[in-house]
Design a protein around this ligand. Structure first.
Ligand code: C2E
Ligand code: CA
Ligand code: CA
Ligand code: CA
Length: 279
């Protein structure tokens, strides 16, 4: 009994800590939205598996808090989402991605894109798609410089609206990709309903691909199905040469993961990938 009680109060303390942590993040997030310079864009390269060349990057947000240090999105995006703070933060991200694309335009390979993640509130509460198209226009950028990644959990909230908004992006020339493919539960329906330019196979399927024959079969099937439907495929979370080699035999187009590079600051990304102009 004593042990049970101990466990319970331990659990309580942990709950308390977590609640305190959440409310700390929330308070600090409200403060930070007025000082958006605390946020940073980090970029992770996407590599064409055939040529080994960088074809784009995914923008991954980081929050450099003066006291708490570098905070990763998994710790604050869901809070930003539930409080609505994702709107100003997301707007800031889109604008600064565009600015980087402009600043780097002389050194960018012709097909280079940056992919951004958008969340449900960004899609539904404010028509972020419209905003993206306006922003590209304002900065005089070709629409194919930007990709947008959405998840199934976002689509499920209002399929009709999602379809309408995302189609406006596609019509403007912005590629729309389905993120974390395979982790939701109605993927196949969505592939039919939305005309995605590509899918990203979730890291869950890649992690054990060297040994797990089910994961090998599943990822192989996803790639060939996507290719048959005219979509590109990014495999996420590639960490080893053998994972890459397997995906190449399955004709996966693009790889992303620590094997190539962890996400980098924009300066580090430019120095490493954009200084010598690759075609
Ligand atoms: P995601 O979109 O699935 O992004 C991929 C995550 O996997 C990133 O984590 C990336 O750093 C990590 N990753 C990439 N390669 C590897 C690998 O080889 N091994 C391992 N272990 N991990 C790898 P990160 O940057 O912490 O982002 C987490 C999630 O936060 C993202 O998942 C995305 O859903 C969300 N997120 C990031 N930036 C934004 C943003 O600007 N807006 C919104 N709405 N969400 C964002
Ligand atoms: Ca993503
Ligand atoms: Ca993903
Ligand atoms: Ca993920």
């Amino acid at each position: 009994k004593a042990k049970g009680k101990g466990t319970f109060s331990h659990f309580n303390a942990e709950m308390n800590n977590r609640l305190e942590h959440r409310s700390l993040i929330e308070t600090e997030l409200r403060r930070a939205q007025t000082a958006l310079e605390q946020f940073e864009i980090w970029l992770q390269p996407q590599i064409d598996l055939k040529s080994g060349r960088v074809v784009g990057a995914e923008a991954l947000i980081r929050w450099r808090h003066p006291k708490l240090g570098l905070i990763h999105p998994d710790e604050f995006i869901y809070i930003a989402e539930s409080t609505g703070l994702i709107i100003p933060i997301g707007d800031w991200l889109i604008e600064s991605v565009c600015r980087h694309l402009v600043d780097w335009s002389a050194d960018l390979p012709s097909q280079f894109h940056i992919a951004i993640n958008i969340s449900a509130k960004q899609l539904y509460r404010q028509n972020t798609c419209e905003k993206i198209v306006e922003m590209l226009d304002k900065h005089n950028l070709a629409a194919n410089r930007l990709h947008v990644e959405v998840t199934e959990s976002l689509l499920i909230k209002n399929e009709r609206k999602a379809q309408q908004y995302l189609k406006s992006l596609s019509d403007a020339g912005v590629q729309v990709w389905l993120d974390d493919f395979g982790t939701g539960y109605s993927s196949l329906k969505y592939l039919r309903q939305f005309s995605f330019d590509g899918v990203k196979i979730d890291r869950d399927f890649i992690r054990d691909i060297d040994t797990d024959t089910y994961d090998q079969a599943l990822s192989g099937a996803i790639i060939s199905m996507a290719n048959d439907l005219g979509m590109s495929v990014v495999a996420e979370g590639i960490e080893t040469a053998t994972q890459e080699a397997f995906l190449k035999t399955k004709s996966c187009n693009i790889g992303q993961g620590y094997y190539y590079s962890k996400p980098l600051t924009t300066d580090a990304f430019r120095d490493r990938y954009l200084t010598e102009n690759t075609i």
